[in-house]
Design a protein around this ligand. Sequence first.
Ligand code: ZN
Length: 250
Amino acid sequence: MTISPHRPSTASSDRDPKEYSYKRPISQIIRERLDRENIPYLANDSIAEYINASEREQLKQEIEEKLQSLFDSMIIDTSNDHNTRETAHRVAKMYVDEVFKGRYHPMPKVTDFPNAKELDEIYTLGPITVRSACSHHFVPIVGHAWVGIIPSDRVIGISKFNRIVDWVLSRPHIQEEAAVMVADIIEKLIQPKGLAFVIKAQHMCMSWRGVKEPETKMINSIVRGAFRSDPHAKKEFFDLIRAHGFNDHR
Ligand SMILES: [Zn+2]
């Protein structure tokens, strides 16, 4: 019997092949990469730029295994229970590709255009459906958001606001930080003269558990540029979004 000193060659990859040494979980490989490059990976950070599609698949597999051991620890007989037999698989897929896709999948493409007609009036959009999960309890946050813009020289298609909100909110979040993240992305894309962003949402960690209060909603607003410096612009924004279904008393 001969023993070859050579390992079989690995598939080509744009990553350093030394990263894929034996038995290290893919999450560890990715975390070490992020640490080396000093990239934060808090719950509401996107790490999509630092992982590729095949690593995302491996990550789902690893998360599925960890969820399965969670269910084992919860003493749920998943091998005999037809309802939960595939739950670890379903939840891993749901986390990575759906409810937390804003961490693992890149931002949808947003093309900006010149503001050819030099429009500088306020426009608002909403309600935009907000679906997220709270970082503290991993239970849903659901609600609506409204955007107000006083354009400068760049504009984007109006549906792009919905896509940006969906992408950013599809991570475990704290509502205040989510609002800042959305506002920062819009500001970077089009540098409007004025930017306002409001989220009103219900937190299941308050209605399903804890104080079990289903009526309380959290509202937070961000006003920048002309909406901050000009009280008339700010008032016009809130008047307009009230016409779009926003109300601040219920
Ligand atoms: Zn919570």
